[in-house]
Design a protein around this ligand. Structure first.
Ligand code: URA
Length: 433
């Protein structure tokens, strides 16, 4: 079999056989197929798509391209959640400790930033000492003891996805339903949780721009998960504006802590409570309204914040950064971005805001770029709010002052104003599964 023929077949709109897909996944994982051929195939799949059978075979061969985690010791309590990627999406940092504090077992493998979206692993690495890589024994005993462990795609879990994810990030091949389905579900299957809650983002800052595409993606992922014996739910949540107010790695940890302290209300808290209650409901087998009460109580009682501190510290992180978030490094440069006109903010293009944050150093423009953990954006005004010319719209933070002009330009370009208050969008468009 030749990689050239597989690329050509997909380029011309053909359907790949299971053998061809497995040949690619195994060869690329073993570094026998070079990046340039893998990139060409990713682009062909991006442009020509894959049918359900191809997507299922791709997902399963990626899931079993390396080790898998055996969580059977936790019975039905093991639960995972995964977001399809957004801007300002720090939900894992909030829902994982909420669920763990009520008795769920959260054994989670997270990703790095991809394109304009942030990644939980990059965020967690802004806490000094936090280990995103644990041996399988340490991972399992931490879940047993603390109820939560969040690691990166280290070790040999779904190594095919690890390579493909990094490649797609820099070859404009992220927003493809079969590639996202196989990427997310291969990691979820390898990571072994009995129940999985998917947060499928919809809107300008998401890979899925329409509710229809997001629903298709959700249905495909739920179907593959169920086919493999997992308990699945997917929520379709809004990503037309960044979630919460902070975008950037340590800035997002700070905001997550504020939600767990009960200091912050709004969209972020609402989406997190919906996700956490679905995790709790699946894992503990209780009705959703009872699960929601447990989640709210975990935040109000401080149990979830205590769990976060315990989790970070158990994983090597300096938990004093959680108890006192003012300890995070302050970047050298900041700029207050002012409104150039008066009016209601009619819309924010969350993708452009994500790109502006990448520009500031919060994400990577190429595979080997270093992240500036302190860089990012604190948004002062969001969609639906009225601003007067000269009011502060946001503050940009970076350690590289050369990027401030471009980041400001991108931020301003992301906003549209109107004289009339825009109608409110729902935060949650639906539930699948
Ligand atoms: N998140 C993933 O894990 N993979 C994707 O392809 C997109 C978002």
């Amino acid at each position: 079999m030749r990689m050239y023929d597989i690329i050509q077949k997909k380029r011309d709109g053909g359907v790949l056989s299971a053998e061809e897909i497995e040949f690619f996944v195994n060869g690329y994982t073993a570094s026998e197929i070079p990046d340039y051929q893998a990139s060409a195939l990713m682009m062909a799949i991006f442009l020509k798509g894959m049918n359900d059978e191809e997507t299922a075979v791709l997902t399963q061969s990626m899931a079993y391209s390396g080790d898998t985690v055996d969580l059977s010791r936790f019975g039905t309590l093991s639960v995972d959640k995964h977001s399809t990627g957004g801007v300002g999406d720090k939900t894992t940092l909030i829902v994982a400790p909420i669920a763990a504090s009520v008795g769920c077992k959260v054994a989670k493998m997270s990703g790095r930033g991809l394109g304009h979206t942030g990644g939980t692993v990059d965020k967690l690495e802004s806490v000094p000492g936090y280990r995103t890589s644990l041996s399988s024994d340490d991972f399992l005993s931490q879940v047993e003891k603390v109820g939560v462990a969040v690691i990166g795609q280290t070790g040999n879990l779904a190594p095919a996805d690890k390579k493909m994810y990094a490649l797609r990030d820099v070859t404009a091949t992220v927003g493809s339903i079969p590639l996202i389905t196989s990427s997310i579900m291969s990691k979820k299957l390898a990571a072994g949780s009995h129940s999985i809650v998917l947060d499928v983002k919809v809107g300008s800052g998401a890979f899925m721009k329409t509710v229809e595409d997001a629903r298709t993606l959700a249905e495909k992922m739920v179907e593959i998960g169920k086919r493999c014996g997992r308990n699945m739910t997917a929520l379709l949540t809004d990503m037309n504006t960044p979630l919460g107010h902070n975008v950037g790695n340590s800035l997002e940890i700070i905001e997550a802590v504020n939600v767990l302290k009960g200091e912050k209300t709004g969209d972020l808290r609402e989406v997190c409570l919906a996700l956490a209650s679905n995790m709790i409901s699946l894992s503990l087998g209780i009705p959703i309204d009872e699960a929601l009460k447990k989640a709210e109580n975990a935040v109000e009682s401080g149990a979830a914040l205590k769990k976060m501190t315990e989790w970070i510290s158990e994983q090597g992180g300096d938990a004093s950064y959680i108890t006192d978030t003012s300890r995070f490094e302050k970047p050298k440069f900041s700029r207050s971005v002012k409104a150039t006109q008066s009016g209601y903010i009619a819309s924010m293009d969350a993708e452009k805001i994500g790109i502006s944050a990448v520009e500031l150093g919060a994400g990577r423009a190429s595979k080997t770029d270093e992240i500036d953990h302190a860089a990012g954006i604190v948004i002062a005004k969001k969609t639906g709010e009225y601003v007067k010319k000269g009011d502060e719209l946001c503050v940009l933070f970076t350690n590289n002052c050369a990027c401030l002009d471009e980041a400001e330009h991108k931020y301003l370009d992301s906003l549209a104003f109107s004289d009339e208050k825009p109608s409110e969008r729902p935060l949650i468009y639906g539930v699948v599964g």
